[in-house]
Design a protein around this ligand. Sequence first.
Ligand code: F6R
Ligand code: MN
Length: 218
Amino acid sequence: MINGAIQLHGKLEHTNLMKEKKQTAIETLETTVDWRLGNLRGPNIQRSRKLLKDLTGVYPQHASSGLTSDTEVYSVQWWAPAEEGQEGGLFWGVTHLHAGRVGNEYFMTHGHFHALPTRAEYYTAVSGRGILLRMERSGRTWAEEMTPGTLLYIDGRHAHRVVNVGNEPLVFWACWPSDAGYDYGTIARDGFGLRVLERDGKAVLVPVVKEEHVEHID
Ligand code: F6R
Ligand code: MN
């Protein structure tokens, strides 16, 4: 009994020492951001790149001269300290959307709804000039300006697509829940209600007219 008590006491002392060590040392964290350049450094940073050939179906027009199917349209880096799909976690990422056009349509992201409509997201731009297209499930679409310093809160029920309407890369940071998930399928099938086209050097919003289903009566 006495031995047991002594052992327990020893364990407690060890635990207290550990805690003390943690409380008095300032830890150097490995994950850092280069805010302006839009770079993430540290362990477990994930990366993805989207080339023109990955965006088939996004542009109704064919690639204009100077573009090959291997042209990079955008890249994303994100830190996933929580598991994908885990409730309560957050992801932190940055997108570099290059300047360019396919025909007269500006470079843009795929765009998606979150799989869970209760999961909102923040976007904030640090360089470049862009437009955030947002769309409700009903198809109602609108556009919001993205310039350095703008902070956008995206309701979890809204699809979101970013369009670069400037002459330099559009860099924006994002923060979203680890269980938000992605629904790309709806956008791939229905698109957004607006397209952003270049006309006389300016970005214009053009409504997409959907073909109505017409019943043929013989
Ligand atoms: C995450 C998010 C962004 C985008 C990124 C690329 O929910 O909205 O990190 O994933 O800007 O756009 P998509 O995913 O539409 O190709
Ligand atoms: Mn999102």
